[in-house]
Design a protein around this ligand. Sequence first.
Ligand code: LLP
Length: 409
Amino acid sequence: MIISGISVQELAEKYGTPLYVYDFSRIHENAQRLKTAFRSDDVSVDFYYAMKANCHPAILDVFVEEGYGMDCVSPGELKLALQAGVKPENILYTGNYESHDDLKAAFDSGAKINLDDISTLYRLLKIGTPEMITYRINPGKGKGKYEEITTGGDKAKFGVPYEKAVTAYKNAIDAGIKRFGAHMMTGSGVLDADHFPNMLELFLNELGEISSELGINFEFIDMGGGLGIPYFGDGETLDIEKVGKNTLNIFRKKVMELKLGNPTLALEPGRYLVGDTGIMVSRVTGIKEGYRTFIGIDAGFNTLIRSALYGAQHSIIIDGKENEAPSITADICGQICENTDIFAKDRMLPLTEEGDLAVFTQAGAYGNVMSMPYNLRFRPAEVAVVDGKDKLITRREVFDDYMSRIQTL
Ligand code: LLP
């Protein structure tokens, strides 16, 4: 397998496994493709990168270069976004269950603050009164690739329920706040192009009611992220041109019809921008003929947790055997002492041997950022491929990193 002219085998030998590798030209391409799909002469559109998907500083630099703001969820992310040179006004801070310290960091930074609950406003007001406030509104519906990543609807922990949204904004008006935004995020990993304009239409209708009841306008309306990419077993890619065209059309039509003023449309995707730009390279450590056939690799849910957490299925390529017909059926598992450390069950693969490289694609989003040193198996290294050259951008975690935080009794 070759990434931008560099062989994965070479990278595995040079940096060891497990290893994350990112194709930086693809990150630029994705950033530009999204902007092109949402290009409009009459609607102004703001793009935020949901840095939770992959917050490596070198990746943030790409989005800064491409003119993206940042969607942040924690003081840590906020600090990193500011360090990357993002201006506070281009940062949207969307936390949930925020502590006093979280809110203070957000307030002091000057970022736009998006509140997840009515009660949060009062915690924030103890710190100060922001000029502008946004609420994350849960429009009562959601859609995600898995229930666990469906972030809207009545089972989700997020957002102010739509029925309480008028009260939420009224409380803000009573507190002397004069500028407003509105936000929703209904789910992640959606490949249905119609979902986005449909949800936006529902949301704009709800905002129309809030706006006419309270006499306020929204300076920006954020439709969240959620744009999906195909993983193993998925059919087509998301038709991003269709999403852009139909979303802009609904936005124009509804903003006029509901007299919503002149709001900016905002988007904050993560997965769509980086998901297909990264791979996770692991090495086959052993093949066991047990009650089933198991292919063991030197990565586990400590390295890539999506399969254990959501049952997510990544494509797994046995390097060098891409063109061989499948001849075995096996479960692919990691080395963690847990029975959930299984990446795939009954996966058909070419004849696989110890020492082969098993490459997981679509690992650029929610991959290394969710890794952990469980079982004292340490976090992997990360390599960037830029202009046909490889560069280590995160060194492998080692035993001493763990011990450096430990104090003896
Ligand atoms: N904005 C907010 C407020 C969010 O909560 C999220 C994701 C995003 C933006 C970006 O969503 P995206 O465009 O990436 O779908 N770890 C899971 C995904 C969890 C998503 C949580 N929120 C996974 O590995 O699939």
